[in-house]
Every structure is written in C-alpha cells, then in structure tokens.
Write a protein that binds this ligand. Structure first.
Ligand code: ADP
Length: 295
C-alpha cells in the first residue's frame, strides 16, 4: 500500500458529535487557512480530541493522532527503515505522512515527549514548514493542507515538563475549560441519549464535584466521566451506582474524598427524586442507605 493511501484511511468519515463552547471552530479554521499551528490546552476529558476530530471532518482533512510519552523517539514520528522482502525500505512515520500528503498531525500530551522529539517540530511550526529527514537526506516541504496540533494539560505537568517558550511561541492557542452547565447538559444529552432533566442534574453535580479540586482532588470530574455516568444510567444502573462507579471510584483512592463525592451525588439525585414525588422510592432508599453506610 502506497503511503498516500495510508493517509486516506485517516479521514474522519462520520461527523463527530461536537457541542461548541465558544468561537473555537472559527479560530481553528482561520488558523488552518493561515498555516498557523495550534496548541489546545485544558484538563483531560474536556473535549480537545473530539474538537480536533470535528474540525478534521469539517475541513475534510485526514487526522493522525499520536499519544506522546517519554520513550517516543523522533523516528516514531518521522519514520524508519524496515527490512521487507529482502530489501530495506523507508517507511514514513505519522508526522511525515501528514507533512507529505496533507492532514492534521495531533500530538496528544506533547509535554510527555522527550526534548529531542519536540525539537523536530520546530522547523515545521514556523514559516519554513519543512521537515528534514536525516536518515534519508530528504527535505519534505509541507503540503498546503498540513497542520500541526498539540495538546497538553497545564494543570498537572511539572515546570520541568512545561513546553519551552521557543516551542510555545510558534503556535496559536485555544484554552479548553470544563464547559458551562447548559453546554455540559447538551454534551451529556447528545452523547448518552438521556433526557434533558437527568443530563442537567449530572452537569450540575459535575460542577459541584469540581469544587473539590484542591481539596483532595487533583482534577475535577471531566465531561468524559459525566458521560460515562450517563451511559451507565441509560443502561439501567441507579444514578447513585452510575456516579459511584464512573466518577467517585475513578477520581480518587482516598476514602474521605470518595465519601465527599458520594454526598454530592446523593444530594443531587436525592433532590431529583423528591422533586419527582418519589422521595420514598427504591432509588432514594438506595441513596439513604449508602449515606448511612458512610459511602
Ligand atoms: P480530551 O481530549 O480533552 O481528553 P475528549 O475529547 O476525549 O477529551 O472528550 C472526552 C469525552 O467527553 C468525549 O468522548 C465526549 O463523550 C465528551 N465530550 C467532551 N466535550 C465534548 C463536546 N464539546 N461535545 C461532545 N462531546 C464532548
């Protein structure tokens, strides 16, 4: 298979569900047209990956995603020689494929990558837009549709792992935060198919749990976890169980923090039951017994 057809397999064929938080779509499209690479910053699970998928679909571009880690070498991105059918053949890596044929190269959690790996993106992310492959001696000038997108979470990486200014200042940046309650309600509703009222309660509860950040929680509950809770509810788990398994037990290993989250869950879903006139129903009994158990 030729390398151009490899890239074609990375087109996002179906429109992803994406609820916009602001003007991020217009900003991204303008950056793409201007050949400006982008950094997406924000906590885990707040929609960065979904946004890139959505934009790749909207702009009709292939999208190659690479999860960065400390063992990621330049060769993993650029390519390597492989021994095939008794001969040595060069195989483009994910970065080279998008540079050569056009598309978005999304380097997720870039601060996890080694410094020498980060450096190879410099010549691609300024006016030069070229990649020098030292192993083959080839200079690849970027396709007009090539766009580099990095993501990172400024919250948890140490100062040592922060991006250097010389890297940062080659990019325009979009900051993703946890969505507002109305937007998060729409995210949960569209992702899970739950009714509006339950989606809203989950969104409000999520915002409340986020207030525990800094008081035992390193990160607030992400949209991803609220969506998971909604999916488990849709499958028939009680809201309390769904939130316990998807959120409380995932976010922390500290019993006290788990208990604080359980209290918030009980508060929100307990109120909903009372408002529905089912305060004595089995769900509420479940909430009360868990509260009594100190869960
Ligand atoms: P990140 O890349 O920031 O870690 P993701 O993009 O993977 O987060 O989002 C995690 C999940 O949260 C998605 O799979 C989706 O279910 C949901 N989600 C978050 N933001 C949105 C959004 N704006 N529209 C639709 N779904 C969203």
């Amino acid at each position: 298979m030729g390398s151009q057809s490899i890239v074609e397999q990375f087109r996002v064929l179906e429109a992803p569900n994406y609820i916009a938080q602001g003007n991020e779509e217009a900003v991204f499209a303008a950056a793409f047209r201007s050949n400006i690479p982008m950094i997406l910053k924000g906590p885990t699970g707040c929609g960065k990956t979904r946004f890139v998928e959505h934009m790749a679909h909207t702009l009709d571009l292939p999208l190659i995603m690479v999860s960065c880690h400390e063992d990621l070498t330049a060769a993993d991105l650029v390519g390597r020689y492989l021994f095939k059918d008794n001969q040595t053949v060069w195989q483009d890596g994910p970065l080279t494929l998008t540079v050569r044929y056009g598309g978005i190269c999304y380097l997720d959690e870039i601060v996890e990558a080694r410094k020498d790996t980060v450096v190879i993106i410099h010549s691609l992310s300024d006016y030069r837009r070229m990649l020098y492959i030292d192993k083959t001696g080839e200079v690849v000038h970027a396709h007009p549709d090539f766009m580099m997108v990095l993501s990172y979470n400024p919250g948890y990486q140490s100062i040592v792992k922060d991006l250097k200014q010389s890297t940062k200042q080659r990019f325009a940046s979009l900051i993703f935060t946890h969505p507002s309650i109305p937007i998060e309600t729409q995210i949960i509703k569209t992702e899970t198919g739950l009714p509006e009222a339950e989606s809203r309660t989950l969104a409000e509860m999520g915002a409340k749990i986020r207030e525990l950040k800094g008081f035992g929680l390193d990160e607030g509950a992400s949209s991803r976890l609220l969506v998971y809770a909604g999916m488990l509810m849709r499958e028939g788990l009680s809201p309390v169980d769904a939130c316990t398994y998807a959120i409380g037990q995932t976010l922390t290993d500290e019993v006290e923090v788990m208990s604080a989250i359980a209290d918030i869950v009980a508060l929100y879903f307990g109120d909903l039951m009372e408002a529905d006139g089912e305060s004595g129903g089995p769900q509420m009994a479940n909430v009360k017994s868990q509260m009594a158990d100190g869960e």
